[in-house]
Design a protein around this ligand. Sequence first.
Ligand code: AMP
Length: 488
Amino acid sequence: MTKFSELNLNPKVLKAVEEAGYDTPTPIQAGAIPPALEGRDVLGIAQTGTGKTASFTLPMITLLARGRARARMPRSLVLCPTRELAAQVAENFDTYAKHVKLTKALLIGGVSFKEQDALIDKGVDVLIATPGRLLDHFERGKLLLTGVQVMVVDEADRMLDMGFIPDIERIFSLTPFTRQTLFFSATMASEIERITNTFLSNPARVEVARQATASETIEQGVVMFKASRRDREGTEKRKLLRMMIEGEGDKCSNAIIFCNRKTDVDIVAKSLKKYGYDAAPIHGDLDQSHRTKTLDGFREGDLRFLVASDVAARGLDVPAVSHVFNFDVPSHAEDYVHRIGRTGRAGREGKAMMICTPKDEKNFDAIEKLIQKEIPRLDNPLAQAPAETPAPASDEDKAAKPRRTRGGRGRTKHADAAPTETVETTQPAQPEATPEKAADKPTQSDKSRGGNRNRRNDRGGSRDNNVVGMGDHMPSFIAKSFDERRAG
Ligand code: AMP
């Protein structure tokens, strides 16, 4: 097996690699580093978790170790789809270039232009950027790309998903024709193929095995779940998630919980928090400092559950995640592979569990087809859970369905037995999420309290004789006609 020491890397880079604890390159590194060091274009087909970041940072540092940057003219450029990934690439440069004098700048949204401008003005060897932010700087005349000798496109398929391909093409056209290009993508969609045919010149193609097939250390499972009622799906899914987490006990030291939509990321994180779980959300709508803080907390073990969207979690390198929970079946089968790849890294054991509802079955089939493996069906712990106190119309149900105004007074009257949950009122209103958000509160039924029974009355139960649906006031004509009929 090849060793790093045989790869012709700069001795100072090699030293940093050794200090990081690596002596054997991963397959993508063994395949990509030699042609990259020869100055060839590289097309790397590899997913995150394969060591692909080092497969371009190590040769880049070696190539850039000689020479100096000029003001506003970076010598190399790394394009990443997300801020987190860009920050992670920057960390890799810090690790591996620690014995080499190289300057770098990170151009990502959420960081002030001024600071970034100052760095670029001084001249940087490595510029790591998200495409939009890079073009913003370019448009402002603060940056010249004509000095770029090496350009990296990382996670091109994600760039495609995010609509960045026109930006990438534009950036390519702003860099010199003679540049070296290192291009990475987990998959080769036809649009990606087109870009590589246009902008790469006779690349060395290095393809590594899919992570899902490579990583046998990930134990997978799925709970096929059907809600008792459609309007309770969110509530019941969140409960199921909690039971799945509980079922894992101490084995679940930390986990990433994936949702398909940002609103659900927020809802699930809030819901978990309310039930006493140490959870926080991460998605693209949260400001950068918040995202960084959350991620750092998770990496350092201060946060146990990271609730994430695909985009935010893309490429995150979190060394030891014991579990991945797919709260939703991802709509792109590829994302499943990425998601579960967050656990079982570098030979560690990991577990990936998913919830599949009937409407997800098509996407679920696509996943099994892609990974060419049947995902073991797990028992639904919710189905085996002891029946709840007879309170079918819980707070959650009520929240999931907009209330009818007619019953307002009756409910107020009964609220004494169901203490108001303050958590609900603190949540910001968000139209699409409001009903679900409200559903996040630990419900009366969850807490085995009896207060909800009052709600049965709202729905025609008969625990007391209050007028239902009209408050205490009954229009007189109703009483009249009733009396008349009885009289007749
Ligand atoms: P990446 O695919 O770049 O996100 O890397 C995934 C993880 O693999 C990171 O935690 C790296 O630090 C780690 N890694 C990188 N190179 C190696 C290597 N040669 N041997 C073992 N782990 C590595």
